[in-house]
Design a protein around this ligand. Structure first.
Ligand SMILES: Cc1cc2nc3c(=O)[nH]c(=O)nc-3n(C[C@H](O)[C@H](O)[C@H](O)COP(=O)(O)OP(=O)(O)OC[C@H]3O[C@@H](n4cnc5c(N)ncnc54)[C@H](O)[C@@H]3O)c2cc1C
Length: 483
């Protein structure tokens, strides 16, 4: 077994699973999305003994289907929610300067002054970007980390986003926000950092019922059921939170992105920000990604009823995203150029408003009648604060002595993949070493874990099909080697 204390793999899982039923831990965390791994890290780094269980794989739920932005909360200002906006800007500052500068880069976002963007939308966008810069200043984020917004000429705008329609283009407004290398990568890295503080991270273990002092659980590969005893329990299961805590009402809202080839947009170096037709507060974004892709999103659709295992994008959503993009580019993108599409469910707290777009993005932390804590809502950007609040309430509710949270200045572990020239796939640049690292260090157990969550090759069906057999062989070999 590798000596890296942050390494997650089948060998470590086997040892930790074997003792999970025998020992009482301080904190049991349910859910391995960004919120759950954040809670595990917060608690473990305070010196508490922690077990996290995840029914499927790390980042299986909403956390891998985001826009991958670490944002400063500008949209919350538009709804008058100043506290959430400030919290976002503050957490973005911590993430970009202290916690995860190696996982986040500044991303330019261009609001083009195109024919399809009205004077009112240009003015509102420019004022908003100025206010966003005030939030940055208030959070003390240096300009070297996030440059100031600026008006740019039509020439600069088309250089940044070559696909823009030059006819009638009057330049644009360029501003900056944080972009994650990948959202699922953030989850795996926070989980590994928690593991480096001896947290047990057990995937494929589902909570069946929660109490204040533990949970009935099932190991999903064997169906074996057992109890885990804990002094405190935190339910961080996102859109599934209501299935374990009947007092919680979740209102899932579906957000869809489509995946395009970056070449179809002239390989843009910045993101494109396009106002919804007739709106001054809602936007469609085209965001450059790894593997030569751009993702275009996003929608905000009420998604009532039973929560699906994996949400599916709808054709009307795909059509809406293409129409929005095509309003400002010279050569319209057709449906046949869409390489993939994905949808995630926002775990919004039900506040009884008409539209999910109006539901608060602030998080909820509450203690159930039986004494476990549920943490819900928020967003990737604010995971650290959500985790701190959840652990504070859990230790207070259960009378556990614990130090203050120290995650505000705790840097996440690095991801140093051993260098290897051996390519598994030319088109995406996937290497054998990357797949081995996913299995040896990042807790991947199956080919799907690697394709869909440790890398994002699976977002394009054709790429997934091409890589599947080769990745499967490396996973099998590496798992066998770990014993
Ligand atoms: C389309 C979209 C775009 C977004 N873009 C951004 C963005 O750009 N920036 C940003 O900051 N935020 C963004 N968000 C918000 C952010 O993605 C979510 O708030 C966040 O990922 C929620 O994480 P979570 O850990 O609470 O839930 P999840 O990621 O869903 O994790 C919950 C986990 O619990 C597990 N689970 C469920 N039931 C059980 C059980 N019984 N036992 C054990 N495990 C269980 C699930 O398998 C899952 O892995 C976006 C959201 C959406 C939908």
């Amino acid at each position: 077994m590798t000596r890296d204390p942050s390494a997650l793999n089948v060998a470590r899982r086997k040892i930790e699973l074997a003792v999970a039923a025998d020992e009482q831990v301080d904190v049991l965390v349910i859910g391995g999305g960004i919120t759950g791994v954040g809670v595990a890290l917060d608690a473990a780094s305070r010196g508490l003994r922690v077990t996290l269980i995840e029914a499927e794989d790390l980042a299986f739920g909403t956390s891998r289907f985001s826009s991958k932005l670490v944002h400063g909360g500008l949209r919350y200002l538009a709804t008058g929610d100043i506290a959430t906006a400030r919290e976002s800007a503050h957490e973005r500052h911590l993430l970009m300067t202290a916690i995860a500068p190696h996982l986040i880069r500044p991303l330019g976002q261009l609001l083009p002054f195109s024919c399809g963007v009205t004077f009112r939308q240009r003015t509102a966008g420019a004022i908003g970007m100025g206010m966003g810069d005030l939030l940055r200043m208030r959070a003390h984020t240096p300009r070297g980390v996030l440059p100031a917004p600026a008006l740019v000429s039509a020439g600069t705008a088309t250089r940044l986003v070559p696909a823009l329609d030059p006819r009638g283009l009057r330049g644009g407004m360029l501003s900056y926000d944080g972009q994650l290398v990948d959202d699922a990568r953030l989850v795996a890295t926070v989980a590994r950092t928690a593991a480096s503080f001896a947290a047990r991270i057990l995937t494929r273990v589902r909570a069946v019922a929660l109490r204040g002092d533990g949970a009935a659980v099932e190991e999903t590969t064997t169906g074996e059921r057992f109890e885990i005893r804990a002094r405190a329990v935190v339910n961080a299961t996102g859109v599934w939170a209501g299935t374990l805590d009947q007092a919680i009402s979740v209102r899932p809202s579906r957000g869809t992105h489509i995946v395009l080839d970056t070449a179809d947009l002239g390989t843009p170096s910045t993101a494109l920000t396009i106002p919804h037709e007739g709106s001054i507060s809602r936007y469609v974004f085209a965001l450059p990604q790894a593997y030569g892709r751009v993702i275009v999103g996003l929608t905000d659709e009420d998604s009532p009823g039973a929560v699906p295992r994996i949400a599916q994008p709808t054709e009307p959503e795909i059509d809406f995203l293409l129409r929005s993009l095509n309003r400002v580019i010279a050569a319209p993108i057709g449906r046949d150029q869409v390489r993939g599409a994905f949808a995630g469910l926002r775990p919004l707290v039900d506040s009884g408003t008409d539209s999910t777009a109006d539901v608060s993005r602030r998080h909820l932390v509450s203690a159930s009648e039986t004494g476990f804590v549920t943490v819900l809502g928020g967003k990737l950007t604010t995971y650290r604060r959500m985790a701190e609040d959840a652990v504070d309430l859990a230790v207070q509710t259960r009378g556990i002595q614990a130090a203050q949270s120290r995650t505000a200045s705790l840097r996440l572990v690095d991801r140093v993949v051993p260098a290897s020239e051996e390519l598994l796939d030319d088109a995406t640049g996937l290497t054998t070493a990357e797949v081995e690292f996913a299995v040896r260090v990042e807790g991947a157990m199956t080919v799907d874990d690697v394709l869909d969550r440790r890398t994002r090759i699976g977002l394009v069906d054709a790429d997934r099909a091409r890589c599947h057999a080769a990745v499967e062989a490396v996973v099998a070999r590496t798992v066998a080697d770990l014993g």
